[in-house]
Write a protein that binds this ligand. Structure first.
Ligand SMILES: [Zn+2]
Ligand SMILES: [Zn+2]
Length: 142
């Protein structure tokens, strides 16, 4: 089949033939003669997309690079961007490795609530939030 040969759809071939006013057979099909086929091949060969970028530079990764100038595939690029490393982080690793809460209070045993699922919560921040909520409800009396 010509279309498969050219790596395009039959619709693509038919659209081309229609554009060029190529006559259909009485039964409504296109019967492509040799010169037309050569034209078609030349046209679609010229339009073929350039070869894709090479594979990702990470060992064992066979995904294509994000672009010709990139070294990494999309997945590894994202990972590098987010974690600064190509190692796959264990779930929760990102947070477990933190020694301070987002406000900078230390995650010491005394200052840390632990949830059953392993998440941690800064006690200092929690108390601050409670105090702030209380202040918001009741206007200061001094
Ligand atoms: Zn990759
Ligand atoms: Zn805190």
């Amino acid at each position: 089949m010509l279309a498969a040969d050219l790596g395009i759809t039959r619709q693509g071939v038919r659209a081309w033939l229609k554009r060029h006013g190529y006559p259909k057979d009485p039964d409504g099909r296109y019967r492509i003669d040799a010169p037309t086929e050569a034209q078609l091949r030349a046209y679609f060969a010229a339009r073929k997309t350039p070869p894709p970028p090479g594979p990702c530079s990470v060992d064992g990764c066979d995904r294509p690079r994000m672009s010709r100038r990139a070294e990494l595939c999309a997945l590894h690029h994202q990972r590098m961007h987010r974690h600064g490393t190509l190692e796959l982080p264990r779930p929760g690793e990102n947070n477990r490795s933190k020694t301070h809460c987002p406000k900078g209070h230390p995650y010491t045993p005394e200052n840390t609530y632990k949830y059953d699922d392993g998440r941690r919560r800064c006690r200092r921040c929690r108390l601050d939030q409670v105090a702030a909520a209380r202040r918001a409800r009741r206007p200061a009396r001094d």
